[in-house]
Design a protein around this ligand. Structure first.
Ligand code: BDP
Length: 611
């Protein structure tokens, strides 16, 4: 799915700004049928929850309404006219004046509605979008809505971040010619020093396709004809971690010799593969440093913000991070585009988080319900998950920064039914994109012995909290637990292993000379303990700390104004651990030296270290 762009043959109008806003039930039964009688205005892009100071809005469970007037440019006569919503979290319905024109389920992937013939160039229409924040056992992510004796609906979910909702990304109106380039798929390779760009162009309507590849300075370097093919570039400049060199693939559609549509796609030439226990980018071992992040800032919630985008990536560079995981949902496409340009490596994760009822049992003490069953996560959930994967790959397949798909975060992969649930989804991901490795971020309850899906994955990604949720405040014990856990994975699978989460909640300004959880020193020492262990495991290919910054969660006795495992505060101030990480990561200059060998690993396992 192509990101809308203004080209010589396409125009683009941003619908961002202030929209009329109302909570369902306060503005009649058919709010789309007339201008909504409301004094509230909501910013787009932004989650709506923290814009207002009304708990009835923040905690509302169900639908809210966004509305504005849109004028269609008069020059668009004869063109296709398309509405694009970058995200409506978690479900959206779109009305043009009195008419329902489209609906979409899934809060973190875009959708488009063809409005040709429905709206008229030169005239205005009333655009209303309903957004529903409800999560059920058949949505991704899942959740439960309950109505209490007082008639009030409340919502529970098993993911540890606030269920921000609304129009958190941009909304666009754009034009294309009647015959147009609908999609482009690019994969790249290397053949003894020659760069290969394999492309496929899907066209709606008539026309002949040709392509040109331009280098960074706009010089022609290769060309091709036909809707699919391979163009070759001798001695290409590769897209590299830390140096995101991009070519432009200009796709041209001509009818009878006349150019009717064009679209330019940035392309990075690089390869990604897993060989043995190494993760290779361009044939070279790559070691991930960085974070699991969140789209989360004060007031905007999950609203995309270019200023935070730039600042977060500046802080990542400052600290020496070369990568991030889009925990726990696909991020705004602007994030991936920025990463493409700047050579930041991305693990692209779906919104499948909280597929784990064992966690619920752990937190509440309630008798565990099975995670996978007709009453809980079932075939319909799996179908929603599959659809979400299709939409994610369709959106992100061409980004060179994306080096791996993460199908889920911390599912109950040691439970009956996990394999039946995940095997088809992992196969689907590989079918949709045979070029990128596939992983799942593993929960600590699913050990090397009990996990049922890891043989299906390319990289073992582990989320572990030894020294925090386990052996709290006892880093010596934590170190032994962690080491034996990692060695067990390494011995069983012989695949690359990385830590996709490890972290400790930390209140900035809290200090102690002891190993005291929540202090800045403890977070620093906890990370250093983890690093000592990582550096002893030869199959280790990366470390992503949980989390880049503090973030908002639902209320809970384990949370103090949200999750405080950030290395930066929510307003992006460094905690002490930030300086320690900077020292470790920056000395490597983006590439970790290989410090241990497999012989060391054998010695370690013989040394009898166990939990
Ligand atoms: C992991 C989750 C992550 C949480 C983290 C934590 O993957 O979303 O925020 O633990 O507890 O289980 O801090």
């Amino acid at each position: 799915m192509l990101k809308p762009r203004a080209t010589a043959h396409r125009e683009l109008v941003s619908l961002d700004g202030l929209w009329r806003f109302a909570v369902d039930g306060t503005v009649g039964d058919r709010p789309w049928a007339a201008p909504i009688a409301t004094t509230l205005e909501a910013a787009v892009p932004a989650s709506y929850n923290d814009l207002f100071v009304d708990p009835a809005i923040r905690d509302h469970v169900g639908v809210v309404w966004y509305q504005r007037t849109v004028r269609v440019p008069r020059g668009w006569a004869g063109e296709r006219i398309v509405l694009r919503v970058d995200a409506a979290t978690h479900a959206g319905a779109v009305y043009v004046d009195e008419r329902l024109v489209g609906e979409h389920i899934g809060g973190y992937t875009p959708f488009e509605i063809d409005l040709t013939g429905i709206v008229e160039p030169g005239s205005a229409f009333r655009l209303t979008i309903s957004v529903d924040n409800r999560l059920t056992n058949v949505t991704i992510p899942p959740g439960t809505v309950t109505v209490g004796p007082d008639g009030r609906a409340t919502q529970k979910y098993l993911h540890d971040f606030y269920n921000y909702a609304g129009l958190a990304r941009s909304v666009w109106l754009y034009s294309t010619p009647q015959s147009y380039v609908r999609d482009i798929t690019v994969t790249t390779g290397l053949d003894v020093g020659t760069g290969l760009v394999e492309y496929r162009v899907d066209v709606d309507g008539k026309g002949d396709v040709s392509v040109r590849l331009l280098d960074h300075d706009g010089a022609d370097v290769a060309a091709g004809a036909g809707a699919s093919g391979v163009v070759r570039i001798a001695q290409p400049t590769l897209w590299q971690p830390g140096a995101g060199y991009l070519y432009d693939l200009e796709v041209l559609l001509t009818e009878g010799g006349t150019l009717v549509d064009s679209y330019t796609l940035p392309v990075g030439i690089r390869t990604v593969e897993v060989v043995g226990d190494r993760f290779l980018i361009n044939g070279e071992p790559f070691y991930f440093t960085g974070f699991g992040k969140h789209e989360d800032t004060a007031v905007r919630g999950k609203g995309h913000d270019d200023a935070y985008l730039v600042h977060d990536f500046q802080l990542m560079e400052w600290i020496g991070a070369n990568s991030l995981r889009t925990s726990h949902y696909p991020y705004a496409e602007e994030v991936l585009e920025f990463a493409d340009r700047h050579g930041i490596v991305i693990i692209d994760e779906t919104a499948a988080v909280g597929l784990n009822l064992a966690v619920e049992a752990g937190l509440t003490g309630a008798a565990p319900r099975p995670t996978f069953s007709p009453e809980t996560l079932n075939d319909q959930t799996q179908a929603a998950h599959a659809q979400h994967i299709r939409e994610l790959v369709a959106r992100d397949k061409n980004h060179p920064s994306v080096v791996m798909w993460c199908v889920a975060n911390e599912p109950s992969s040691n439970e009956d039914g996990a394999r039946e649930y995940f095997e088809p989804l992992i196969s689907l991901t590989r079918e949709l994109d045979p070029t990128r490795p596939v992983t799942i971020a593993n929960v600590m309850f699913a050990s090397a012995e009990t996990d049922l899906v890891s043989d299906l994955l390319d990289v073992i990604c582990l989320n572990r909290y030894y020294g925090w949720y386990v052996a709290t405040g006892d880093l010596a014990t934590a170190e032994r637990y962690l080491e034996s856990d990692l060695l067990a994975w390494s011995a069983k699978y012989g695949k690359p292993i990385m830590m996709t989460e490890y972290g400790a909640d930390t209140l900035p300004g809290l200090h102690s000379v002891w190993d005291a959880p929540w202090t800045e020193e403890y977070q620093r020492d906890y990370l250093e303990m983890n690093h000592r262990v990582f550096d002893r495991i030869p199959a280790f290919v990366g470390e992503q700390v949980w989390n880049f910054a503090d973030f908002q969660t639902s209320h809970g006795i384990h949370r103090v104004d949200g999750n405080r495992k950030g290395v930066f505060t929510r307003d992006r101030k460094p905690k002490a651990a930030a300086f320690a990480l900077r020292e470790r990561w920056r000395t490597w200059g983006g590439r970790k030296p290989h410090t241990v060998t497999h012989d060391d690993e054998v010695l370690l396992s013989l040394s009898g270290i166990d939990a």
